[in-house]
Design a protein around this ligand. Structure first.
Ligand code: ADP
Ligand code: MG
Length: 452
């Protein structure tokens, strides 16, 4: 562990180790957990049981605030069903699920579990560090979201006083997708990540992962030299066979690139052989680990319906479907979403974002929205703006280097709609402020920012 910080999140919150109870039919494993964590300073498992009734009695008896349920119970019910009931009955207890399911099934289980109030799923076997990392990350995100809400409400107005844990909060995995190349996915991804990281009101841990083929668009952030970039395929050596929770210290040291702004970047694979190595399992490992370490992870996806893209779409908490207004592109966007829906992606998390909207186009935004009427359309569209191309030609990030152009303003508003609660609303209202440390030189003359 190179960083003590993730470990301290548990003690910062509870002042002591969390008190856990394990529900499993695999009593050998349960006993092992109780033994292994006996002297752990963050998590102790006090007791293991195979019965839900005993578990329910043990929670108040031991003052437990953590429950780990084994998904593979012997009996009529899955661990997921039991965990859901326990989470409902004990809202202040953090309920986690452990499972031996392989890659893609584990992802599906995770999605199902999180929507039922279970905090996360961890693949068995896991190390004690991995579990502590998962729980710490969830607590950190809760805390950030809570602080943000308190800041918004001025810290007052809470019923009952005291610090109350949030019921639901978590990190955001934003997949930026499209049915066609050239619609502006990379432009949106790079600028969204840079903008969130530069949020003037909050220090938001942010990552950008580029799943594009070839060089992707991270050159806008990293400059054109590809040699030094950390790429997704660099993770293969660390996580060769399956879904792992990696040590965040190791990830920070060698598996992502930290820009001076603090934005973490993972570049696209360099060549086509690299890209072929981008398996479902690799994408799952990368995105899960990034998500554990960051409040927001933005993923730039290629316009394909390959397995890695589908995996990212499944894992995402928010999908931003970027499309232009012309008819062929709208049809491709529709076809893309239709296929994703058929393959089980939850369409409730999709936002359609219109980009390159001309001042006087043949197709109105309303007509275009009608073509995609089954999906939620973002109320702010991004205009066609020559500043986009100008800044890109200089390897600049539009929203940082031309913060006052119409496109940058619109993106800030769209981001505040799509990702509420992060504190982006203030910048959307006209404060483009950049917190220092970006790659490019600070803007010399800050124009007065009026209303839109
Ligand atoms: N709103 C816009 N106004 C003007 N040019 C744009 C706009 N959005 C994107 N572009 C240009 O379109 C091209 C494709 O954008 P890009 O983000 O690379 O698309 P994708 O990632 O979907 O393939 C780029 O040259 C970019 O500068
Ligand atoms: Mg692209």
């Amino acid at each position: 562990m190179s960083a003590a910080e993730p470990l301290s999140a548990i003690r910062a919150r509870f002042g002591t180790a969390m008190r856990g109870v394990v529900l499993t039919s695999d009593h050998e494993w349960g006993d092992e957990l109780v033994r292994e964590y006996q002297s752990n300073s963050d998590i102790r498992f006090l007791v293991q049981t195979g019965s839900e009734d005993t578990l329910r009695a043990a929670i108040p008896k031991y003052g437990a605030n953590l429950v780990l349920v084994d998904h593979g119970l012997t009996g009529n019910e899955t661990g997921l069903a039991v965990a859901e009931r326990v989470a409902q009955a004990f809202p202040k207890v953090q309920v986690y699920l452990a499972s031996t399911e392989p890659g893609q099934a584990l992802v599906a289980l995770h999605n199902a579990a999180v929507s039922r109030g279970i905090r996360s799923v961890i693949g068995r076997p896991f190390t004690s560090e991995a579990l502590v990392t998962v729980v710490s990350s969830i607590l950190t995100h809760d805390q950030q979201a809570q602080d943000m809400l308190l800041a918004q409400t001025g810290g007052g107005g809470r019923v009952g006083g005291g610090r109350r844990p949030l019921q639901t909060a978590g990190s955001h995995l934003v997949a930026v997708a499209g049915g066609k190349g050239g619609v502006g996915k990379s432009q949106v991804s790079v600028n969204l990540a840079a903008m969130i990281r530069a949020c003037p009101t909050a220090d938001i841990a942010t990552a950008l992962a580029d799943l594009e083929r070839y060089a992707g668009s991270t050159h806008l952030l990293l400059g054109p030299t590809i040699a030094e970039r950390v790429r997704i395929t660099d993770w293969l050596a660390m996580a060769p066979d399956g879904v792992h929770a990696l040590d965040p210290g190791d990830v920070r040291d060698s598996l992502i690139q930290e820009l001076p702004s603090g934005l973490h970047v993972l570049a696209a694979p360099e060549c086509i052989e690299d890209h072929d190595q981008m398996t479902t399992e690799l994408v799952t490992t990368v995105l899960n680990n990034l998500r554990l370490m960051h409040t927001v992870t933005v993923v730039d996806l290629p316009a394909e319906t390959t397995e890695p893209v589908l995996t990212a779409m499944h894992l995402a908490t928010v999908v931003v479907l970027v499309t232009n207004l012309d008819k062929p592109t709208l049809n491709k966007s529709r076809a893309f979403l239709g296929e994703m829906r058929q393959r089980g992606v939850d369409m409730g998390k999709v936002w359609v974002l219109f980009n390159r909207v001309p001042a006087h186009g043949l197709i109105s935004v309303q007509d275009a929205a009608n073509v995609l009427s089954e999906y939620r359309v973002c109320g702010t569209e991004l205009p066609e703006d020559p500043e986009v191309q100008r800044t890109r030609d200089l390897d600049q990030v539009t929203v940082l280097d031309a913060p006052d152009c119409p496109w940058s303003r619109a993106l800030r508003r769209a981001a505040a709609d799509i990702l509420p609660g992060l504190g982006l609303e203030l910048s959307a209202a006209g404060v483009s402020g950049r917190r220092g440390g970006g790659r490019s030189a600070p803007t010399k003359k800050r124009k007065f920012l009026g209303l839109f």
